[in-house]
Design a protein around this ligand. Structure first.
Ligand code: FCB
Length: 453
């Protein structure tokens, strides 16, 4: 028994992390463009100004994706490239870029999965209050309408937002990402509410303007808990922990998933957040809760949980010597079993893993190749868990590796290499890493080779 027959094997990127051409062809500034200009914000004061120069090299990149054998490619659209001021007149050259990219992908038989927003927020809109402005959901719906109007004759799969937890919490509460604000928690929750409304309105816009029947989702940053053992008590403790809110921040699943899938905020969050919860308009929850076609989720790692005193969930600390990626993320393959399983049981929608992967110390060896055995082993372990959960009846539609190529890793600049393809930034030369060749075999066998060591 292997993966389902129509399983989609893909890889992902995001506009600001690869495109470059940050000030070209009429593109407006994003909050990332501005944030990177300030010394000390990014490792070695780097920026996405050039990144992988994908804006100019997209044909070569699509060709490499074809060589890897990808069925699908998850990309994001840069809002300020398409509408430089965030609202108002679209930029024809910006739209043309995505137009050509989509055509190139389709010609290579690769399905585009498009995320409308992967963090590069138009700076002009930030100056107008950003996600705190009550009009912000409509701005996003307007942008969605423009993109869908142009691409939906060829794009079928859409995601509204990437990891709202991250850009809201890290951008607006801790200020570690742009726009770099450290707002009161009540304001953070207002921004979060506007993002949820923006999601709902964008889904409506996609459904209304799409020229083919579209499949729509929202890519969440998963908090996954692994049961310490398979005893019913530990499994229940892990489940409880995954679907509860214990801290006053946005790093949880349910403040996002319950409004989107059930049309209400979770009780424990409402109680804990108390007076910080924003005023909720009569129709808001209806707008937010639009039917979706799949549950998209980015899963990298997660800790173990056991049933403690009175069956309460209790975190189990990582053992000394725990395997870690270069990014210091624990290697915990079981998250690709328990994450899909718990989400499927609760929300009953087919799952798509929209991101998973690791950063590694990759360099070009004397033989001119890039050997990355850790990434192969990581992938192998994680995909075996994904295979197991498919076998246990959980509906998983696809897997997108993060990332197809090394890129600008936000605050860490170019220090972290996440790609299946190595990018030599000074020359922009690309080299398929060993893991890319290995992933190609996984794809060609629909996961059958995972059973061989
Ligand atoms: C995720 C982001 C993605 C990338 C990976 C490593 O949180 O969505 O852009 O940076 O982490």
């Amino acid at each position: 028994m292997s993966f389902p027959k129509a399983f989609v094997w893909g890889a992902a990127t995001a506009s600001y992390q690869i495109e470059g051409a940050a000030r070209e062809d009429g593109k407006g500034l994003s909050v990332w463009d501005v944030f990177c200009q300030k010394a000390g914000n990014i490792w070695n004061n780097q920026s996405g100004d050039i990144a992988c120069d994908h804006y100019h090299r997209y044909k070569e990149d699509v060709n490499l994706m074809k060589q890897v054998g990808l069925h699908a490619y998850r990309l994001s659209v840069s809002w300020p490239r398409v509408i430089p001021e965030g609202t108002g007149a679209p930029n024809p050259k910006g739209l043309e870029f995505y137009d050509k990219l989509i055509d190139e992908l389709l010609a290579a038989d690769i399905s585009p999965y498009v995320t409308l927003f992967h963090w590069d927020y138009p700076y002009e809109l930030y100056r107008r209050g950003g996600w705190l402005n009550k009009d912000s959901p409509d701005w996003f719906a307007e942008y969605a309408t423009v993109v869908v109007g142009r691409l939906s004759d060829r794009v079928k799969h859409w995601m509204t937002f990437n990891e709202p937890q991250v850009f809201i919490d890290v951008g607006h509460r801790s200020g570690y990402h742009p726009p770099g604000d450290k707002l009161e928690f009540a304001q953070v929750l207002t921004a979060a509410h506007n993002v949820l409304l923006a999601h709902g309105k964008a889904v409506q816009a996609i459904r209304e303007h799409s020229r083919v029947e579209s499949q729509v989702g929202l890519a969440l940053a998963a908090t996954v808990r692994i049961p310490a053992t398979e005893s019913p008590e530990d499994v229940e403790a892990a489940r409880q922990s995954m679907f509860s809110i214990r801290r006053k921040n946005c790093w949880n699943n349910t403040w996002w998933t319950e409004p989107v899938f059930f049309g209400r905020y979770p009780e424990d969050g409402l109680t804990l957040f108390g007076n910080d919860v924003p005023a909720i308009g009569d129709r808001d929850m209806k707008t937010i809760c639009q039917p979706l076609n799949f549950f998209a989720v980015n899963i990298y790692s997660g800790g173990k949980t056991q049933a403690g005193k009175d069956s309460q969930p209790e975190r189990v600390s990582f053992p000394v010597g725990q395997a870690m990626t270069t990014f210091q993320t624990p290697v915990t393959p079981e998250v690709l079993y328990w994450g899909p399983r718990f989400f499927w049981e609760r929300y009953k929608l087919p799952i798509i893993i929209t991101e998973n992967g690791m950063s590694n110390v990759d360099w070009v060896s004397l033989d001119g190749k890039v050997h990355d055995p850790q990434r192969i082993d990581y992938l192998h372990r994680y995909l075996l868990e994904l295979k197991k959960v498919c076998k246990h009846g959980v509906k998983v539609l696809g897997y997108f590796h993060w990332s197809i190529m090394d890129n600008f890793e936000w605050r860490e600049g170019y220090r972290e290499r996440f790609g299946l393809i190595y990018v030599d930034y000074p020359t922009q030369r690309r080299i398929l890493k060993d893991s890319a060749y290995w992933y190609k075999k996984v794809i060609a066998s629909n996961g059958a080779i995972l059973d061989k060591l």
